[in-house]
Design a binder for this molecule. Structure first.
Ligand code: BGC
Length: 412
């Protein structure tokens, strides 16, 4: 057995997002859910294997696709943070729900802002450093589509209000979550609201999110110069199969567009990089090559921990501290989560040994939650949630992770 140590002051925790955990929201996503739940349930058979269908029959029920009460985290956050503390976490990432704090354009709801202050204070009271995401994909109903410039102006006003109100309580702000993935999901694939399929809107959405981040960065720094401001970016590990020239060429283009474009555009407007790592795509002959023998999650996503090491090495060029703001898997039986965490942390530590400045790790997610267009059946949580009773049950892998958090080290 070898003990692998993490740097002093390393942050350990888990992530959530408002729409996926809180419950009781009213935003563009809740409207989209109502309009699409039936067809999603009807089509589930086309999207998932026989085995997945048998294991998760709830995918055939429309209720699965309605976020509704979600995990009721809005009302239970104190108890949920008690568990995070018990599990040895010293940091936590969550998001503010824009549609709650600004239900009508320009009209801020002070009570809801106070709610988030209480959330932050509850974290601080338990010794957890808050990482606050200002936008995790959901929009107030009055907001124009992100393909429109107007969304940027409205976002800046919202950011200004929230940061002025909560600046004394928060040090780490994440402006936007995974702009790359959101732009594609909402403007190209028909999977997420506003469910467009328009290449120009896709590009405009990316460009607007870049503008939104840069303007938010400036405004946050002007209100709170000592704040640390970053984004959460979704980077994937693209590997050129057998290093062949044509595969290397596709990798180069893919890296440029998927992994670096957004970060390059904002590189003078960030204090840290938040990395969300989930995917490994080996490229072979202009396609993604899936090795059928590899380990997969309940969603069929290949588990490839070494990928995070390569992604981290690629981020070195930005010369910024890195926090892993998401990394996790859907695993209802909790059969693979322990190994998943252990192996990813092993590769993160390898990157740290090579002087890559990684300062924290947030497992996705603290709780089982609402997984967007897939609904409730994928189970990402360190904590299992019974959606009928809202009872929480700590999964064995959460105790494994607890040891790592408490000792700031990993035994392998
Ligand atoms: C998103 C989360 C999502 C997770 C798992 C990330 O891309 O930020 O909201 O639940 O992936 O799919």
């Amino acid at each position: 057995m070898e003990v692998i140590k993490f740097p002093k002051g390393f942050l350990w925790g888990a992530s959530t997002s408002s729409h996926q955990a809180e419950g009781g929201n009213s935003n563009d996503w809740t409207e989209w859910e109502k309009a699409n739940a039936h067809q999603l349930a009807r089509k589930a058979g086309n999207n998932w294997t026989k085995q997945q269908q048998e294991m998760f029959p709830e995918m055939f029920r429309p209720e699965n696709y309605i976020s509704g009460r979600a995990c009721d985290h809005y009302n239970r956050f104190e108890k949920d943070f008690d568990i995070a503390k018990l599990l040895g976490h010293n940091a936590h990432r969550f998001s503010i729900e824009w549609s709650r704090v600004e239900p009508e354009e320009g009209n801020f709801n002070e009570k809801e802002i106070e709610h988030y202050r209480q959330v932050i204070l509850a974290l601080r009271k338990r010794g957890l450093e808050p990482f606050v995401t200002l936008w995790h994909w959901t929009n107030p109903l009055w907001l124009p589509n992100w393909a429109s410039n107007k969304a940027v102006d409205r976002f800046i006003k919202y950011v200004e209000k929230i940061v002025s109100s909560l600046k004394n309580e928060v040090k780490f702000w994440i402006t936007v979550n995974e702009s790359e993935l959101y732009s594609a999901g909402s403007q190209l694939t028909l999977l997420w609201p506003p469910a467009g399929r328009n290449f120009i809107s896709y590009i405009l959405t990316i460009e607007n999110l870049i503008k939104a981040h840069k303007a938010a960065y400036k405004i946050i720094k002007s209100i709170q110069p000592e704040a640390q401001v970053g984004v959460a970016t979704h980077n994937v590990y693209l590997e050129a199969y057998k290093n062949r020239l044509r595969n290397a060429f596709v990798k180069k283009i893919g890296d440029w567009w998927i992994n670096f474009y957004f970060l390059d555009m904002i590189k003078n407007h960030q204090d840290f990089i938040g990395l969300n790592y989930y995917f490994y795509y080996p490229i072979k002959d202009f396609r993604i090559y899936q090795n059928k023998n590899e380990e997969i999650s309940d969603l069929g996503w290949e588990i490839f921990p070494e990928g995070i090491y390569h992604v981290l090495k690629d981020l070195r060029k930005y010369e910024k501290p890195i926090y892993i703001t998401e990394n996790g898997l859907a695993d209802a039986k909790d059969a693979k989560r322990e190994k998943f965490i252990k192996n990813h942390l092993y590769w993160i530590n390898r990157a740290i040994q090579e002087n890559i400045d990684v300062r924290g790790y947030f497992y996705w997610s603290l709780l089982d939650n609402f997984e967007w267009d897939k609904g409730f059946w994928p189970r990402f949580g360190l904590i299992e949630v019974d959606y009928q009773t809202m009872e929480r049950k700590i999964r064995p892998s959460a105790y494994f992770y607890q040891k790592i958090c408490q000792t700031n080290s990993l035994m392998i």
